[in-house]
Design a protein around this ligand. Structure first.
Ligand code: SF4
Length: 236
């Protein structure tokens, strides 16, 4: 597993952005998240060591743009260079998540065709309104590997009609002392939809405020992922 952040910064865009961890982390360090800037890592997938080998070893997943959104408008002039590097590194698999899936068609390279084999796109949705808007678009896009990311999940949502062609659906709660609560019934509802459609399912993290069997729990940030894992409800 490797991380690649060719640029940094983002702008709140969606209901799920309220407690964005990038904004919170930057605020602690005095960084203005709304300024989208290229990073020193821009060319990292194609950097080589003195033996002429790529520094990022082959056959691993590269998590792309986890401190921004790969499809953000401010990066339009830089993205094509990234696509070239992604194509050059066909020995790696690149994964990015986006809340801006409606921009996808204007952000792909000329030779995209039916999609690059080594790219997975995760379309993020947090409520029914955004699920209906984004997943309708997502379902029609030429992408070889598609995930749906329901995180932070803010209400009960029905995504059954969008699951065709999806490899994995991920559900998670919101992390913040003022976070909106995650109800375990909503998690199970999405799991049930995935099982019916033969789609893999992962419960990735609880919410800071988590409702189970009608009772509200408040969890520490460090326990959010381990508590979700303990539920043992993932489906392959
Ligand atoms: S799109 Fe993602 S990175 Fe950007 S503000 Fe929203 S949560 Fe943060």
């Amino acid at each position: 597993m490797a991380m690649w952040s060719p640029w940094h910064g983002c702008k709140r865009y969606s209901d799920g952005c309220k407690y964005c961890y990038i904004h919170k982390g930057d605020a602690r360090r005095g960084i203005d998240t709304s300024k989208i800037v290229k990073t020193d890592d821009f060319y990292s997938p194609i950097l080589k060591n003195k033996n002429g080998e790529y520094k990022i070893k082959p056959n691993q997943t590269v998590y792309l743009c986890f401190s921004t959104d790969f499809l953000i408008e401010e990066a339009d002039e830089w993205r094509n260079e990234c696509w070239k590097m992604i194509k050059e590194r066909s020995d790696l698999h690149f994964l990015f998540l986006t809340k801006r899936i409606e921009r996808f068609s204007s952000c792909i390279p000329d030779d995209w065709g039916e999609g690059y084999d080594n790219v997975t796109v995760g379309c993020t949705v947090e409520n029914q309104r955004n699920a209906d808007y984004r997943l309708k678009i997502f379902s029609q896009l030429p992408i070889k590997h598609k995930n749906i990311i329901c995180q932070p999940l803010l209400e009960k949502i029905d995504i059954a009609k969008y699951l065709n062609g999806i490899e994995l659906a991920v559900v998670g709660g919101e992390s913040d002392k003022n976070a909106r609560a995650l109800n375990y019934d909503w998690v199970l509802f999405i799991r049930e939809q995935c099982i019916k459609s033969g789609v893999s399912f992962e419960f990735r993290q609880c919410g800071t405020h988590f409702i189970k069997d009608g009772k509200m729990y408040t969890l520490k940030t460090r326990d959010l992922c381990s508590q979700a894992k303990k539920a043992d409800i993932n489906v392959q």
